[in-house]
Design a protein around this ligand. Structure first.
Ligand SMILES: [Zn+2]
Length: 219
């Protein structure tokens, strides 16, 4: 630490600018607690930054404040506590870095959440599309089944119509002779023929009797 000396102090004027760069770049007001870094390159020079702009990297570089940080004894008890705690924690609580890191962490969390949300939305979209497709398939299947049932019903109705027509035709015309009906009709014819003989014989006998009665009457 021969070439670089760190020290804390209250700004003697309001002319110094915070060396934290983009993170701050603001003027250090007179009386504000600041960290001074005295170092020598081609010529000795000193840079300052708000105590709140001290980063964990700088705390690390300083190492042990008892050995490497000047000015500590000049601070108020509150600021001594602030500085001591920063070395204990490894960062300045509520400082610019923590704010930045907090913002970064919040941004990262938000980005993560957005990624997760987008992924979930995509998944949901995919699921919905899948469900819609399945629904479509089921509907098509149901429509096809209904069509099939309709065709079947139509076919059955036509068959019933044809059957009814056939039966109606059969009722109006004599049934075509089959072996069985031929035999039956032959029997029926035989029976009726016998009856006829009996009848005609009866009638013949009746006629003869009539003739006899007429003859008797003529005699
Ligand atoms: Zn600053």
């Amino acid at each position: 630490m021969a070439d670089t000396e760190y020290f804390v102090e209250y700004a003697k004027s309001g002319r110094s600018k915070c060396s934290a760069g983009k993170a701050c770049n603001a003027t250090i007001e007179k009386g504000e607690l600041r960290l001074g870094v005295h170092f020598t390159t081609s010529a000795p020079m000193t840079k300052y930054r708000h105590w709140r702009c001290v980063t964990s990297r700088i705390l690390e570089n300083i190492g042990d404040p008892d050995d490497n940080l000047g000015g500590y004894e000049t601070l108020t008890p509150e600021d001594k506590e602030l500085v001591r705690k920063a070395f204990e924690d490894g960062f300045v609580a509520g400082g610019t870095e923590e704010e930045k890191d907090g913002a970064k962490a919040a941004a990262k969390l938000a980005a993560d959440a957005e990624r997760i949300r987008a992924k979930a939305a995509k998944e949901a979209e995919k699921e919905a599309a899948k469900a819609a497709k399945a629904e479509e398939r089921a509907q098509a299947k149901a429509a096809k089944a209904a069509e099939k049932a309709q065709a079947k019903a139509e076919k059955a109705a036509k068959a019933a119509e044809r059957k009814a027509a056939r039966e109606a035709a059969a009722a109006s015309k004599p049934a075509p002779a089959t072996k069985r009906t031929r035999k039956q009709s032959a029997e029926q014819q035989g029976e009726s023929a016998g009856e006829h003989e009996v009848d005609s014989a009866g009638r013949t006998r009746a006629a003869a009797a009539k003739r006899r009665r007429v003859g008797d009457a003529e005699e």
